[in-house]
Design a protein around this ligand. Structure first.
Ligand code: ATP
Ligand code: MG
Length: 442
């Protein structure tokens, strides 16, 4: 037999629950994924957000300029390559925001006013694969462009709360909200200067990574998870103490909305987010259920990015939710998606049954019902009894039987499969409309 090829490390196949998977598989099923997408679409629609689709491949320079040269993503996580046809430097997108901002600028899309947009799809980061961390992963990404806030900042946080709630997660129990304000550029510069002075005075306590960051991106030292540095990092100057009146008023206005709707949050002054472009409001939804992969959803304001990427200055705010991580959390806390069984399973006897069943199934599907028809395998059509077993296993509410002398008389057998033993009845095949209502969800 030919050699078996395997998926690229850190990139996954997402199967339906009913299909066998290798024993080591820990990924969520496509059933859960589809239900998540449906729920998300419904919530986004109710908040007035519209879909934008951008390419998976973008010029490498977009991410270097947009995300920042000294970030984990640009330094070591990007899948970059040369287009063998023309030598262009290209990158598989590691996040959504830069591509969305590029598209907005390229199409002058804010010409008629601000926009509320969402995207979803695969992202790529060359990280060490582990549960909740992959090399191809997926996000739901939501952006509002052209609004100065604070109302739209609060709106986006409320949107995330609605989504998490409708997926069955409980605030306080399964997820909790943390917020912070990163202030404006000048405030951050003053804080940064104080930090550098402080870290320089404590240089003997810095590990190798932090020594390097002190020269490139001292703020990232605050992200360090090295326990021997924790006490020193905890005592470092706090950005909060450098924020001016306008920034604080913006932050207070966001908090006032959260308070008014009774959404509990913790102000985490250490919350800085991994990317350089954030200012003012930042937030994360955290869980304790997924080990060190605790951030399910995070985002904030990035008022400088559009100008930084060459567009006419415009404010923006957005967030990304890691879909695999969220689905793992749903599984961990026992959320199950609504059942997706067919309404009807068509049991077929021989060639005449096959054609009649297909004709009737088309009429039923046109009427909005889902119909699974037993189709022939390498051994031909199995016995009616064997097909009935499949019908029961499928979870369908009804079996329709296209076989035997009933079929010869132009009739189909209708048998309820749930709620105890009930007799099979007959219905006319040439008049599906007269009995289709019986098959609808009671
Ligand atoms: P982390 O600190 O966990 O690396 P991050 O700050 O790099 O997260 P963001 O760039 O803010 O993450 O992306 C938003 C969300 O996308 C994260 O909160 C997480 O849920 C998800 N995410 C990020 N990287 C991965 C990955 N490699 N695999 C799976 N999900 C991811
Ligand atoms: Mg990361």
């Amino acid at each position: 037999m030919a050699e078996i090829l395997r998926a690229v490390k850190g990139m996954n196949d997402i199967f339906p629950a009913s299909v066998p998977r290798k024993a080591s598989e820990t990924l969520p099923t496509s059933n859960l994924w589809q239900w998540f997408e449906q729920t998300a679409r419904s919530v986004l629609q109710r908040y007035g957000y519209q879909n934008l689709m951008t390419p998976i491949v973008e010029p490498t320079a977009l991410f270097v300029r947009g995300i920042g040269e000294v970030t984990d993503i640009v330094e070591k996580e990007m899948y970059s390559f040369e287009d063998s046809m023309n030598g262009d430097r290209l990158t598989l997108r590691p996040e959504f925001t830069a591509g969305i901002v590029r598209a907005i600028i390229e199409h002058n899309a804010l010409y008629n006013g601000p926009l509320r947009l969402w995207s979803t799809g695969p992202l790529f980061r060359h990280e060490r694969p582990q549960k909740g961390r992959y090399r191809q992963f997926h996000q739901l990404d939501v952006e509002a462009l052209g609004f100065t806030g604070p109302d739209v900042d609060a709106e986006q946080i409320l949107l995330t709360r609605t989504l998490l709630r409708e997926l069955g997660l409980k605030e306080g129990e399964h997820v909790r909200l943390e917020i912070n304000s990163l202030g404006q550029l000048a405030e951050r510069a003053a804080h940064r200067a104080a930090l550098v002075t402080y870290f320089e005075a404590n240089a003997d306590l810095l590990d190798e990574d932090s020594q390097r960051r002190l020269k490139t991106n001292p703020l990232r030292i605050l992200d360090s998870k090295n326990p021997s540095m924790q006490a020193m990092v905890d005592a470092a100057p706090r950005l909060m103490d450098f924020l001016g009146a306008e920034t604080l008023a913006h932050f207070d206005a966001v908090r006032a909305v959260l308070d008014a709707v009774g959404l509990e949050y913790r102000i985490n002054t250490r919350l800085v987010r991994g990317l350089d472009y954030y200012n003012l409001t930042v937030f994360e939804w955290i869980t304790d259920q997924l080990g060190s992969q605790g951030t399910v959803c995070g985002g904030g304001r990035y008022d400088g990015l559009i100008e930084q990427l060459g567009g006419k200055p415009a404010p923006a705010v957005g967030w990304g939710l890691g879909i695999e991580r969220l689905l793992l959390l749903l599984e961990a806390v026992g959320v199950v998606p609504p059942e997706q069984a067919p309404d009807v399973y068509a049991v077929v006897g021989g060639d005449e049954g096959r054609v009649s069943a297909m004709v009737a199934a088309e009429a039923l599907r046109a009427a909005g019902l889902s119909v699974l028809q037993h189709a022939q395998g390498p051994e031909g059509l199995p016995s009616l009894k064997a097909q009935f077993k499949k019908a029961n296993a499928s979870g369908a509410r009804f079996a329709l039987v296209f076989a035997g002398e009933e079929l010869a008389r132009g009739m189909v057998g209708l048998k309820p499969l749930r709620g105890g033993e009930s007799a099979q009845v007959e219905r006319p095949l040439n008049d599906v409309a007269s009995w289709v209502a019986e098959l609808r969800n009671a």
